[in-house]
Design a protein around this ligand. Structure first.
Ligand SMILES: [Ca+2]
Ligand SMILES: [Ca+2]
Ligand SMILES: [Ca+2]
Length: 293
């Protein structure tokens, strides 16, 4: 991996209703109920998004898990979800039992009838990326407005930051390391499409959207403009007359950045280390191949 000036290196409650009391009594020791110590404790348990790196104009969803950690019925649950600059509200679909409305351009107001002691529920709210700067992160924050006095109010807010995708150039050369020293020297030729079948980007993150593939040029060079704010691994497929040379040996500007070979027949499949591609970056991943013995 050879970073240039633009690149980033690879190396690196009291219940108020009889109903609530009755519900609490089922789950509690008799003394606790006798003392009337049932309180809800609503919490924002988890906030995540269904896409890790949404891009301008795309719609994605935030999944907000809420749970009542207390020993009493919560009463009506109200949750405000703040929409930051760069995102905008769109038609909400919420989730089972939930009702949500875009209270303004900058927040959703959501409601759920009640969570019993120990009960959880997931709320889904959609966002559209509108005017966010590629490569930046934007926060999504969910805040509970409790209906009843809670035993703990410190857990009523939760948030997640979402990275906005941009583009980066990922490129390299596949060459024949004739002397097998792991370095590309004068006189060692590039390997074109006769030997290199495909160069592709593989993402280890299931919730990331991006990738791409390239056919190498006759001189062994290739380039892919790819979506960013996600992890990639460069995968090279070549004919089985080749094997990989040793990776990361000597000068990074002229070494091979393939670190794993995981198939030799019917074709050679090899891969670079994983790296995080960021907006505006340029990542050079070279591949040295030797004649298979
Ligand atoms: Ca709470
Ligand atoms: Ca060499
Ligand atoms: Ca290297």
């Amino acid at each position: 991996m050879r970073p240039n000036s633009l690149s980033r290196s690879l190396r690196r409650v009291v219940p108020t209703t009889l109903a609530a009391l009755a519900l609490g009594a089922a789950a509690l020791p008799a003394d606790a109920v006798a003392a009337g110590k049932t309180q809800p404790d609503l919490a924002v348990d988890l906030v995540m998004t269904d896409v890790v790196n949404p891009a301008e104009g795309e719609t994605f969803s935030a999944q907000i898990d809420l749970r009542n950690y207390g020993n009493g019925d919560s009463g009506p649950v109200k949750v405000t979800v703040a929409v930051p600059a760069g995102l905008r509200t769109t038609t909400p679909y919420a989730g089972t039992g939930w009702t949500c409305a875009a209270a303004s351009a900058t927040s959703y107001s959501c409601a759920y009838p009640a969570l019993l002691a120990g009960q959880r529920s997931r709320l889904n709210v959609p966002f559209e990326v509108a005017g966010a700067t590629p490569g930046t992160t934007v926060p999504i924050t969910a805040t509970i407005a409790p209906d009843k006095r809670e035993s703990n109010t410190g857990n009523n807010t939760g948030s997640v930051t979402v990275a906005i995708a941009g583009t980066a150039v990922i490129r390299g050369i596949v060459w024949h390391d004739l002397d097998g020293d792991g370095q590309r020297e004068e006189g060692e030729p590039g390997i074109g499409p006769e030997g290199v079948l495909r160069v592709s980007l593989w993402s280890p993150q299931g919730q990331a959207t991006g990738g791409g593939s390239a056919t190498v040029e006759p001189d062994g060079t290739w380039s892919i403009t790819a979506r960013t704010e996600q992890l990639y691994q460069v995968r090279v497929e070549a004919t089985n007359q080749y094997d990989t040379t040793a990776g990361n040996v000597g000068d990074d500007a002229t070494d091979s950045d393939l670190v794993t070979a995981y198939q030799w027949d019917p074709t050679l499949l090899a891969a670079s280390a994983e790296f995080h591609a960021q907006h505006g970056g340029e990542y050079v991943v070279d591949a040295g191949l030797v004649t298979r013995s």
